[in-house]
Design a protein around this ligand. Structure first.
Ligand code: ADP
Length: 673
């Protein structure tokens, strides 16, 4: 192939043959092909290849639309004598990786200084752009990972990349940062000189009459012909473009990602509309890529902010919180309290594996499991609530925590983490222990003298059979024995409360007739109590038919006695106390539950006290100080009923009396036989 301009340089020609760059030379004014290399020819139709285009004006060689685009650019290069770069997306070539080409047009001057030829170099650029852009963005991303202004830097990367390939007067990205009232400059790159007012405005109003609004609303790029269409404009946004020196056209490309408007890519050009149209497609592609990245960056930022907010909140919580990763068993998060309770600084917890924790048995609290077992339990997919666990601190001290642990799943249902929420109850526990120790001691210390008081009173009463005593002495003895009995029961209750806490309350279960147990106990109490009248209501219960239950007979009597003694204590002399027994039956008439209802006409319980009366040491706030009691009777009764698989509840109104309902399950087999 002949290459006239390079014929004197055969070695250069050989080098050029192996380049992937296309070269062509055109005659200025006539626009005829002078020569082209094989790469450039590959952009032409086959009929014009192998030197056949030589001598033909490019109007013959290119299609009509291509030809008029090329002519517009050539005219500018020749008229202004300037170098021009443009992207050419229209050609397919033998270099199948490239779908667009970067054309550079250079005017060549003859010996008298006039432009007589135009040199065109065409380099395949999609891959180039892609690689470069990807590299820039990847590098940016890496850098941005740790900075809060991700979107601004991403926008800058895009602007810089686009600027490498076109040299518009100015390129900028605006984003609606403040409630869509105006748009703020995120990034800019300009070729304007300092004295030409080199900067794009930091903010532009988002005006419903303005170009930004129009482009964003219609989701399509808008090209402004600055010189012709804006002269008389009163619009604040548009007026600004008039102040941009040399700008003949401004292209606004809206940045849309799915349903989210992320802002605007703005490019100001010196060239005329035809030359710019060739850039629109590429700018739109760059814009949509940027929009996606901005959305991504914003999501990352929002997530990061949410994470920071949540961890701030967690940091201030009065409970310890740990998050442990399922795959590695490493602690991913620990708040300040967690570090305090576990006795290690946060750095020694976060990113450390659970296995690094020394597994050893505490000597003081053998019965408690260690806290890391609670986490392992959750990591195996099970939740755990209000469990007391042991913490062995590195300094040798121990703590007791009340903790809940739960597995956390991702949306696909995979177990990703376990969370442990806990509070230090060591102080509370030791106080409780002291209290229990006190009860045990008080029980022992009080019981011994009380036994002798009651013993001597019994002896005295025996003596009165032989030596008549005055009625006062008789009455006094009766009081001593009655109160002694009461005191014995109180001490017994206190002791049982401490046994309850140690899970030592034992039941001696047997098959008993509940109806009989209740009737017996009511009769005993009624005989001993002269101050109130008692009524038994065997509602729906045949007096001869037993209500069999698997129960501890003594405990059932204790339950009835406790509730009855309250009914006596909290109601006025002479009033009536009713005890009813109701049997719940199935369709065949077989009883499955028995309900004992004890009603008094006493002082009642205020609504605000009702939810608390089964709690330990709780006594109604309105009680006068003279009413004896420790507030443990109902606590114990409640525990005993529950141990029997039953339920206890109360209905009451202040001043209107109270009714206690005790529901106990019956033994159904006994009736089926
Ligand atoms: P206490 O030794 O104070 O009687 P309990 O545990 O038996 O303790 O009862 C707890 C509290 O419930 C009592 O202090 C009292 O305020 C209230 N209470 C229990 N039974 C009745 C009742 N029949 N009528 C009114 N108040 C009652």
């Amino acid at each position: 192939m002949q290459r006239p301009i390079m014929s004197s340089l055969p070695s250069t020609e050989r080098i050029l043959e192996h380049l992937s760059v296309g070269i062509a030379l055109f005659e200025a004014h006539t626009w005829r092909f002078l020569t082209a290399d094989t790469v450039f020819e590959s952009l032409l139709d086959p009929q014009w290849q192998q030197g056949r285009a030589r001598g033909h004006p490019f109007r013959d060689v290119f299609s009509e639309t291509q030809a008029s685009d090329i002519e517009a650019c050539f005219c500018q290069v020749v008229e202004k004598g300037c170098h021009m770069t443009l992207t050419w997306p229209l050609f397919q070539s033998r270099l199948d990786t490239a779908t667009s080409w970067l054309w550079e047009l250079r005017p060549l001057h003859n010996s008298s200084g006039q432009i007589d030829q135009v040199l065109v170099t065409a380099s395949p650029m999609t891959m180039q752009i892609m690689r470069q852009r990807q590299a820039v963005i990847a590098a940016m991303r890496e850098r941005l990972r740790h900075t809060p202004q991700e979107s601004a830097l991403l926008a800058q990367a895009e602007v810089d990349t686009l600027h490498t390939f076109y040299h518009p007067l100015a390129l900028a990205v605006y984003a609606p940062l403040q409630a869509y009232q105006n748009v703020t400059l995120l990034a800019t790159r300009t070729t304007l000189q300092q004295e030409d007012v080199a900067h794009m405005p930091p903010q532009l109003p988002l005006d419903s009459q303005g170009v930004f609004f129009k482009a964003a609303h219609e989701r399509t790029p808008v090209l402004i012909d600055v010189a012709h269409s804006l002269e008389d404009t009163q619009n604040r946004e548009e007026r600004w473009w008039l102040t941009l020196p040399k700008a003949r056209h401004v292209l606004c490309v809206p940045l849309w990602c799915r349903d989210q408007w992320e802002g605007m890519l703005v490019a100001a050009f010196e060239e005329d509309a035809q030359a710019i149209e060739m850039h629109v497609q590429t700018l739109m592609e760059g814009g949509s890529e940027l929009a996606e990245e901005l959305v991504h960056a914003r999501c990352v930022q929002e997530l990061e902010e949410a994470r920071r907010r949540v961890s701030k909140i967690l940091d201030y919580l009065p409970e310890g919180i740990l998050l442990v990763e399922a795959t590695t068993g490493k602690i991913r998060y620990a708040n300040t309290i967690a570090a305090q309770v576990l006795g290690r600084p946060r750095e020694d917890l976060v990113n450390h594996s659970l296995n690094e924790w020394t597994w050893r048995r505490g000597t003081d609290h053998q019965q408690l499991m260690e806290w890391n077992f609670a986490v392992i339990y959750a990591l195996s997919g099970k939740a755990l609530t209000s469990q007391e666990c042991l913490v062995n601190k590195p300094d040798g001290r121990t703590a007791i925590i009340l903790c809940s642990a739960a597995p956390l799943y991702n949306t696909a249902g995979g177990l990703v983490e376990a969370v442990l929420v806990f509070q230090d109850i060591t102080a509370h526990k030791s106080l409780e222990q002291q209290k229990n120790e006190f009860f045990a001691m008080a029980n022992h210390e009080l019981r011994t003298p009380l036994t002798s008081i009651i013993g001597y009173a019994e002896l005295l009463r025996l003596q009165t059979a032989h030596e008549p005593a005055s009625s006062f002495q008789q009455e006094a003895l009766g009081h001593i024995l009655e109160e002694g009995d009461h005191l014995t029961r109180l001490i017994q209750d206190l002791q049982e409360v401490s046994s309850l806490d140690y899970a030592q309350l034992k039941l001696t279960i047997g098959t008993h007739d509940l109806r009989d147990l209740v009737v017996q106990q009511v009769q005993i109490v009624a005989e001993q109590t002269k101050t109130h009248t008692f009524r038994l209501l065997l509602d729906d219960v045949n007096p001869t038919q037993a209500l069999w239950g698997r129960v501890d007979a003594q405990r059932i009597k204790q339950i009835i006695r406790n509730v009855l003694s309250n009914a006596i204590k909290y109601s006025a002399f002479g009033t009536e106390i009713t005890v009813g027994i109701h049997a719940f039956r199935d369709a065949r008439g077989i009883p499955y539950d028995a309900e004992i209802r004890i009603r008094d006409q006493g002082i009642g319980i205020a609504a605000h006290d009702l939810p608390h009366i089964f709690q330990r040491f709780y006594r109604a706030s309105s009680l006068d100080a003279a009413t004896s009691g420790f507030g443990v009777g109902l606590y114990l009764t409640h525990a005993l009923v529950e141990r029997h698989g039953g339920k206890i509840r109360v209905e009451s109104q202040e001043g209107q009396g109270s009714t206690f309902f005790i529901l106990l399950p019956l033994l159904r087999d006994q009736y089926s036989n």
